[in-house]
Design a protein around this ligand. Structure first.
Ligand code: ME8
Length: 504
């Protein structure tokens, strides 16, 4: 069975989760669910990044010790994932011993091999980024607080791997996605790569993994957090599990943390003698009326509030449908409601009601028996047969918005098919088994079942309800062959779970 290992970034527990966190995690969940229904063995990892300055400051602001703070805040993430129906296989916290022990072991090995060395360094230090920055970066970037610092620190020989990394990126077109981001990283690597400062003196930061060879220092938060992708799957402890999943298929993240994943992380793996990830995917940002949604701007849309008003699945659907992977997308209430009413309430929901109500009324609530197919029937069958294949190909290419559009166009096709065959008219003349109306409704219900199964990874709750209404509860989710609804099988109770949103 082919294997699929996918990860989200580990989120900082310095504040409440926001739409950026929700988006990446839903994206990972949707891809994991698609790969599961495609019959693959899937491992989906998420978790929290609990060390470092940001978390230490957040705890200090609340007047609690960091451990108490992280224990309280991790719950908010876990609760949100439950509410968003995130079906992860593992949740790792960087404060867990299964992680911290392995990080210390790697630090010791790299120190003993001479890959990590101590040096006195004087330079410009960015408080917000928690790292030394170059003068060029300060000129070009937007660093709020810069200090001049001179101190002894430990450095990882990252520069040594620059050429090998460039070679790898150039020879593996799948390594960094999308292409524009790959070119950005190659551009960054045209300048000399410095060694990476991977320690912080405890006088400045105490909340971190202690350097095993110097008790006065803790580990730089990224050199700690990135390792979660291997510590969580048993690296250094359970070789069989580790070999089963590594290398990862996809590391997902927002574009702002691509450099750490596409430069620091691969060089760390090279130093540890491990294979590199198959693919690193950077998505764009959710914007609100063109500006990035961020806490400081105060325009953050709280996904939890949207869920309470419009349901989890419509939020998941919107986020997947309206962002082209890799590009930024706009989030406004107006676009959300427009999308919901057009795609979910009209094209999908009305169709469910139309088909099931006719079957209830004229066929005693049982799937009717089809007769011979005419040309219009065969056209619908042809599209129903090709759609699952197209969707699966689009998912492999990470074109989720296109996969959704392709599925919705199958639903729209059923609507046009019903208009063309008008079973509500022919039913008056003939509603016997094998009649035109019987065939039309049986086929519509079955193609609707296929559409619902293809939408299931994005909207697990509502499509399951619809599949029950269609009496398809016992057909396995990956079964997209036509025609599987057995004549005579009884429809379930209920109406479309997508009522139209009416704006006052
Ligand atoms: O960076 N739209 O954690 P984090 C889309 N701990 N994505 C957004 C966004 C927006 N408006 N705002 C933020 C960290 N993000 C580290 C990761 S991994 C070993 C360590 C995304 O809690 C952002 O791009 O700051 C990033 O992927 C994540 O949310 C923020 O994570």
């Amino acid at each position: 069975m082919s294997k699929f290992y996918i990860t989200t970034p580990l989120y900082y527990v310095n504040d409440k989760p926001h739409i950026g966190h929700a988006y990446t995690t839903i994206l990972a969940d949707v891809l994991a669910r698609y790969h599961r229904i495609m019959g693959e063995e899937v491992h989906f990892l998420t978790g929290t990044d609990e060390h470092g300055q940001k978390v230490q400051e957040a705890a200090a602001n609340r007047n609690v010790d960091p451990k108490t703070h992280v224990d309280e805040f991790v719950v908010r993430f876990k609760e949100l994932w439950e509410k968003l129906h995130i079906n992860y296989d593992d949740f790792i916290r960087t404060t867990e011993p299964r992680h911290t022990d392995r990080v210390k072991e790697l630090l010791t090995t790299l120190y003993e091999k001479g890959e990590i060395y101590a040096d006195e360094y004087e330079g410009l230090y960015s408080v917000s980024e928690e790292r030394f920055v170059t003068e060029k970066e300060v000129e070009e970037g937007d660093f709020r607080q810069i200090k001049k610092l001179k101190e002894k620190n430990y450095f990882f020989k990252m520069s040594k791997y620059q050429d090998a990394l460039i070679d790898h990126i150039e020879n593996h077109p799948e390594f960094i996605k999308p292409e524009t981001r790959k070119n950005e990283i190659l551009g960054f690597l045209r300048n000399p790569l410095n060694d990476l400062c991977i320690s912080r003196p405890k006088s400045r930061l105490s909340w971190g993994i202690e350097m095993p060879f110097d008790k006065d220092y803790v580990t730089y938060v990224w050199f700690d957090a990135l390792l979660n992708y291997i510590t969580a799957i048993g690296w250094g402890k359970d070789e069989t599990t580790f070999q089963n999943w590594w290398p990862v298929n996809y590391h997902l993240m927002g574009k702002d943390i691509l450099t750490t994943h596409a430069v620091y992380w691969p060089t760390m793996l090279m130093a540890a003698g491990l294979p590199l990830p198959k693919s690193i995917l950077a998505h764009g940002w959710w914007m609100n009326e063109e500006s990035k949604m961020s806490k400081s701007l105060g325009n953050v849309v709280n996904p939890l509030e949207l869920i309470d008003d419009y349901g989890v699945d419509s939020v998941r659907f919107f986020l997947m449908r309206d962002m082209v992977l890799g590009m930024d997308a706009n989030f406004t209430m107006e676009s959300f409601i427009k999308r919901y009413n057009a795609d979910l309430a009209n094209d999908y929901g009305n169709l469910v009601n139309r088909v099931t109500m006719l079957i209830q009324k004229h066929f005693d609530g049982k799937i009717p028996e089809s007769g011979d197919y005419n040309e219009i029937d065969l056209e619908l069958i042809a599209q129903a047969k090709i759609t699952p294949k197209s969707v699966s190909k689009l998912i492999q290419e990470l074109k989720i918005h296109d996969a959704l559009e392709t599925t919705l166009s199958l639903l729209r096709k059923i609507n046009r098919y019903l208009e063309a065959k008008a079973p509500w008219k022919s039913i008056k003349e003939d509603s016997t088994p094998g009649s035109s109306a019987a065939t039309t409704l049986a086929l519509s219900a079955d193609v609707l079942r296929i559409g619902s199964q293809l939408l299931n990874p994005v909207m697990p709750e509502k499509t399951t309800a619809i599949l029950k209404i269609l009496g398809a509860g016992n057909i396995p989710l990956n079964e997209t062959n036509i025609v599987l609804l057995t004549p005579g099988s009884v429809l379930g109770e209920g109406k479309s779970p997508f009522p139209r949103i009416i704006i006052e």
